[in-house]
Design a protein around this ligand. Sequence first.
Ligand SMILES: [Zn+2]
Length: 398
Amino acid sequence: MPKIDKNIIDRILEVARIEEVIGDVLGSYDHGNRAGLKKCGVRYEALCPFHADKSLGSFVVYPKGNCYKCFSCGAKGGVVDFLMEHEHLSYPDAIRWLGKKYNIDVDNVDVNWTYTPRPAPPPLEMLELPASMVTATYKALANESDNLVNWMKRGICWDNVQRKRLDENLHNYHVGHGKNGHTIFWQIDEFGRVRTGKMMKYKPDGHRDKESSWNFDFIHSVLSRTFHDNDPWPYPHIFNPDKQEARLTFFGMHLLNHFPNAAIKIVESEKTAILMATAYGNHTMDLWMACGGLEMITRERLQPLIDQNRRIILYPDRDGIDKWMAKAEQMHYSRITVDTEPVTKWWKPEDGEKADIADVVVRILNQSERLTNVRDVAEKMPQVKPLLDNLNLEVEDE
Ligand SMILES: [Zn+2]
């Protein structure tokens, strides 16, 4: 048998639950099986399988710690220990046992390996918003009243491929527009459930409008404010305003399963995600997402990506490199890295110290376009001016 890949072991140990493994081996107490696992509050108990146990109480299974302990004979450990002890398996065979249970291929992993998502979505703490809310915000976008979208379409020198991609991306990422001037970035999870929308105002130059009133909000906050606490919430079947804590996800998460082999490239802002996805494309190798801020990067929110064993690359802005690197380390996931190239190698002093990735990329896009203009070529490269003069090239005025 070949050596098992460390990533696979990590992933298996992440998903394997002690109560599920022991429950599988011993069976459940509820089905008239006296030796089976019995739920007692937040923990489980069973007759200890490692000594001649006669009554419940000694052998305890702790889901929170993902471990078990017998207070009589001292047996203790985690999922792998249990299988090695009870089923007399070697360490690699215990991992293979878990791989089989959790549908993770252990020995036939290759570079093109794809993870098949679990068939049924787990229950969501809060209910989802109706998809019709999302589509309703497309309409205003079509009126060309959205500052950010107008700037993206006219303020950047895209080539023809990119121009087409921009339209596709605005649609695929579900960018909407509210009647009070907000650009709306819908947050839709990997199962296609609409969780909320982030509402932000932009200036005509494509930068955030932080001066005007009510320039930032979330759809779910607006919905909960619309009704007083005393009034009954009129739409309990579509949205529960009391359960908001787990609501946020990454912008672009709904595209995850459309790009099964892609590395996930995470930037801070939604605007940058769309810019990068337009300049460089979402394709089989890359998928761009936005986290919405460093504090939004948590193990919980990364879990859908970790479950699929995805490569995760974080792209900090220039002022956040150290913090983002520290954050990547805290995630305890071997396939997460930080790429600072756009804000170091691509960055130029003319971008300014405060330039974010979007500023740098837009400057590059607009500069490369300008160089195709004869006047600019002559200006930037005086040595070719005689050649241009000889060719008698007309310089068009804009
Ligand atoms: Zn025992």
